[in-house]
Design a protein around this ligand. Structure first.
Ligand code: C5P
Length: 235
């Protein structure tokens, strides 16, 4: 049961989903779901418990059992606790992304995370960031967006992000990694990365996050999602 309006923002790694989703959620005064973090947390929970990477059922149990707390630090930056432990940085590494992409291909894991994701749809509304938000988790969302960008641009963004987080990376390796993650996310049998039929596609190769967010907010306004009372604050 979905209790509030939802804007879904799907797309591949580095398409700008995370930043754009945060800007849109902040402007509307809505909740934010970073669904990728849930797959990263499941992968990390599995690694911490010593699970074999290919053990689907054990990862599904871990996904159901994990205690996850999303919060913010004093500067307003998002934080994540897994079973009481601060894993904000640990889930952002390339290795964590790889493991997330592996466990995300397990049907049982996706099923285990389904209800947990839907529970984020609380008043006044939710901006849901992921791969299958519009196609599977919130199929009746009144606004669905699919963000794309060239693989080179996405790799360059990811590279800058990693560097600014103090994580050592090589651009060629990041590019190869993004390409292989794309192939796995788009080619998997369960909930592949695909634009929902009724999604609005935005190419962010030459569009900064703020401009992309403005375009999405304009679409939200067209659909009446910024009515007074929805908490709307213009960017
Ligand atoms: O978006 P992020 O890079 O944090 O996601 C990590 C991985 O989790 C992705 O590569 C993808 O395999 C998986 N994922 C998914 N479905 C989502 C969100 C993320 O399969 N809704």
């Amino acid at each position: 049961m979905i209790g509030a309006p939802v804007i879904t923002i799907d797309g591949p790694s580095g398409s700008g989903k995370g930043t754009v989703s945060r800007l849109v959620a902040r402007a509307l005064g809505w909740h934010l779901l970073d669904s990728g973090a849930l797959y990263r947390l499941t992968g990390l929970a599995g690694a911490l418990a010593g699970l074999a990477p290919g053990d689907e059922e054990a990862h599904a149990r871990a996904a159901l059992a994990m205690d996850v707390r999303f919060g913010a630090d004093a500067a307003g930056e998002p934080t994540v606790l897994l079973d009481g432990r601060d894993v904000t940085q640990a889930i952002r590494t390339e290795a964590a992304g790889e493991r997330a992409s592996q466990v995300a291909s397990f049907k049982a894991v996706r099923h285990a995370l389904l209800e947990r994701q839907r529970r984020f749809a609380e008043p006044p509304g939710l901006v849901a960031d992921g791969r299958d938000m519009g196609s599977v988790i919130f199929p009746s969302a009144p606004l669905k967006v699919f963000l794309t960008a060239s693989v080179e641009e996405r790799a360059a963004r990811r590279f800058r992000q990693l560097k600014s987080a103090g994580i050592n990376a090589i651009l060629a390796a990041v590019t190869a990694d993004i390409a292989s993650r794309d192939a796995r996310d788009s080619g998997r049998a369960v909930a592949p990365l695909v634009a929902a039929a009724d999604a609005v596609t935005l190419d962010t190769t030459r569009l900064d996050a703020e401009s992309a967010a403005r375009q999405i907010l304009a679409r939200a306004a067209e659909r009446g999602l910024d009515r007074p009372g929805s908490g709307f604050r213009p960017l």
